[in-house]
Structure formats: C-alpha cells, structure tokens
Design a protein around this ligand. Structure first.
Ligand code: GRF
Length: 215
C-alpha cells in the first residue's frame, strides 16, 4: 500500500512507521510526506531515510479550500492509497476528505471522545482522569472523533506532568499506529457506521489494549 504521511513537527510517529517498514513489520511504502511547516524535525527524518517530501504551507494559498485541494491532488498524483495524519496540526474538511473517503487515519493522544483538540494530555491531567491513552481513528469532519480503530490506555499518575504523561502515551502511539496501518493494508478492517471491526484481531489480552501482534 502506498502511504502518504502528513506532519507538522517532531515526526516521532512518522519515525515509528519508517522503523516498522525498515524492520519488515510493514510491507507498505511511504510514497510522500507532506509537512505544512518548514523546519519541522519530520523533514530531517525524510532526508535521513531517503523519503520524498513536500512542504505545502497554508499561507501560500488564498484560502483553506485551495490549500487542502492542492494537498489532496498532490497525494493522489503520487499514488497514495492511505493518508496517515501523524502529528498534523490542522483540521481537514470535506474538500480534502472527499478525495480519500475512509482512507485517512489520525493518531490522537487521548481515549476519544475524551479530550479532543490540542493539549489532550494536559486536559486529562487537569480533568483529574485516572486513565487516558491514545486512539487511532478514521478521520471524518468531526474533530478527533471519527470511528475508532484502536486504542491503548495508560494510567495518569498523581505526580504526572504534561511531559511525563505525553511520554508514557507516546510509547503506545508508536505501537498502535503501525499496527493499524498493517491491519488496513491486510484489508482486515471493516467499518459499519461508527463500528470498526478488525478480522482476526484478538482484543482484550491486556485490559482495554488491542493485541499488538508484532508491534
Ligand atoms: C502526537 O502526540 C500525536 O498523537 C499528536 O501529535 C503528536 C505528534 O508527535 N496528534 P510526533 O510529531 O509524531 O512526534
């Protein structure tokens, strides 16, 4: 499967996908990485691993629609079959999504529908949640709230800072994102309304955590 990865910053989730491919755990290829920010650390990762990348900045377009249209067409022309939002800090509208119906996934650092939007880890601490985690979901027009494909949970400790909690969650992000890409690549993912089922996946071997197979 040809993957297109959208990034805005550090790119550690992009790195997790690269590592899964280079380690032979994913049979897919990253056809194109798009960053909406120049100077993103994710771009350095592309250079290091010889990945094609483009910087497409919103401010270079007249409006959001034009920006999204160009991004979608660029990905289509590159032959991208699945778009992965890996720390992409923008909300995509129907203008983009119509090009990739149910073919855009996102990783979000909370158990959705809790703590949507920015600062999800801080929101969990401030709310006093005892458990939080991360979610890989299909992207729909609802912010951070499309059908859930996989979630993993972590405890929120009394002494947690935003940084310590983010770090604990990130370990799981790096596991479930490549895992979901593999499930989709193997055509094991079915969606009916909000309900996503993964053929042959064993849920519940750890409380609330999907079976992470090779990841
Ligand atoms: C991750 O926590 C991801 O869940 C969120 O943004 C962060 C991106 O991190 N959407 P990275 O750029 O992949 O390191």
């Amino acid at each position: 499967m040809n993957l297109g990865v959208l990034v805005s910053g550090r790119g550690s989730n992009l790195q997790a996908i690269i590592d899964a491919i280079e380690g032979g755990r994913l049979k897919d290829r990253i056809t194109l990485v798009i960053s909406d920010r120049e100077g993103a650390q994710a771009i350095e990762r592309c250079k290091k691993h010889g990945l094609a990348y483009k910087i497409i900045r919103k401010k270079d377009f007249r409006n959001k629609e034009e920006f999204e249209g160009v991004m979608a067409k660029t990905l289509k022309e590159a032959g991208v079959e699945l778009v992965v939002l890996a720390g992409f800090m923008r909300i995509l509208s129907e203008v983009f999504l119509q090009y990739f119906p149910m073919r855009v996934i996102n990783i979000h650092p909370s158990l959705t529908p809790a703590f949507q939007g920015v600062g999800a880890q801080r929101q969990a601490i401030e709310y006093g949640a005892r458990i939080t985690g991360c979610t890989v979901h299909f992207v729909t027009e609802e912010l951070d709230n499309g059908p859930v494909i996989a979630q993993a949970c972590v405890p929120v400790l009394l002494e947690d800072t935003e940084e310590s909690l983010s770090k604990r969650i990130l370990i799981h992000e790096h596991r479930i994102l490549p895992q979901v890409i593999r499930w989709i690549s193997e055509k094991r993912v079915k969606v009916e309304g909000r309900k996503v089922t993964v053929e042959g996946a064993r849920y519940g071997t750890l409380p609330f955590n999907p079976d992470l197979e090779a990841f």
